[in-house]
Design a protein around this ligand. Structure first.
Ligand code: UTP
Length: 301
């Protein structure tokens, strides 16, 4: 039986090793690297807040304390800034620590994304919840999570957000095969984690936004290590798709993989071009840079 429950909680796993971003991520969590004027993780928390969620559960690991500290209230800093009459800064820092209720659970070993989500079983309980990957940014008019919650109100099942990728990129993603049931919504048939080239015709790649029914926890408990020796969320999602209906949603917006060096650079440019104080000057700069890279016209003989 489908139960129409409100989506109140969001899980944000940030316990990964961040090897793609070494050496930058050796002492600083990659989620704390700055996109224009705030760390990546703050954009993700702001998306959750803008989607009407009440509580965030971070899955953390050793060395990720900076993420928790960023959203904490720092009494000493607050007092110091007040003494110096830095009112605007005081307000901004208070705003960050008041955004939403946050709890953390520890993933003691980096055994994979599926394992990271399983560690939140008791904190999430028996209700539907969102998962947002801590290094995946989405720029959109309506927050990506809210788009998924709106779908969930009509059809309370599980959802993965997907984007189209070219065939030479499918091996980097979890890929979904399915039939379109309405605009941008697909009933999931098969899901494959990082398929070998030529083993799927689908171009629908799972990105870091999920809305899941709590049944996923039982299935994660039964999931054995898969690709890369990790407990893969995609394997448990495939099992969930066999047990009850599951949908892929082609979200409206643009996604940036800020855990990857090139994706991170693209995110900085995209977010700077939207920044109210910086966008105009930055646009001029970008155009000048682009012009300077234009190939000189060939001289006619
Ligand atoms: P990634 O594939 O980006 O892994 O995980 P990673 O380890 O962080 O980065 P690389 O690939 O080594 O550069 C996707 C998300 O799942 C979390 C990560 O923090 C990231 O948000 N994750 C991954 C965990 O929380 N625990 C894990 O064991 C693995």
């Amino acid at each position: 039986m489908n139960q129409r429950k409100k989506v109140r909680k969001a899980v944000i796993p940030v316990a990964g090793m961040g090897t793609r971003f070494l050496p930058a991520s050796k002492a600083i969590p990659k989620e704390m690297l700055t996109i224009v004027d705030r760390p990546t993780i703050q954009y993700i928390v702001e998306e959750v807040v803008a989607s009407g969620i009440e509580e965030i559960i971070f899955v953390t690991s050793e060395g990720k304390a900076a993420i928790e500290n960023h959203f904490d209230y720092d009494f000493q800093l607050d007092a110091l800034l007040k003494k110096k009459n830095k009112t605007k800064l005081v307000e901004e820092l208070r705003h960050i620590s008041n955004l939403i209720d946050i709890v953390s659970v520890r993933q003691k070993k980096p055994l994979g994304l599926g394992h990271a989500i399983l560690t939140t079983k008791n904190v999430v309980g028996n209700e539907p919840f969102l998962v947002l990957l801590g290094d995946d940014l989405v720029q959109s008019k309506v927050p990506c999570c809210l788009q998924m919650i709106n779908l969930f109100q009509e059809l309370p099942e599980s959802y993965v957000a997907v984007q189209r990728v070219s065939s030479d990129q499918t091996h980097q993603y979890g890929i979904v095969e399915g039939d379109e049931i309405q605009d941008r919504v697909f009933k999931v048939g098969r899901m494959i984690e990082k398929p070998a080239p030529g083993t799927t015709e689908s171009d629908m790649a799972i990105i870091g936004r999920y809305l899941l029914q709590p049944d996923i926890f039982d299935l994660l408990e039964k999931t054995t290590p898969g690709h890369g020796g990790e407990i893969q969320l995609t394997d448990a999602l495939q099992a969930l798709a066999m047990r009850r209906a599951m949908y892929a949603y082609e979200f409206e917006g643009t996604r940036y993989d800020a855990g990857d060096k090139l994706g991170y650079l693209k995110a900085i440019v995209a977010f700077a071009l939207q920044h109210p104080e910086l966008k105009d000057e930055f646009r001029v700069h970008i155009m000048e840079v682009a012009d300077s890279f234009k190939k000189p016209a060939k001289k006619s003989k």
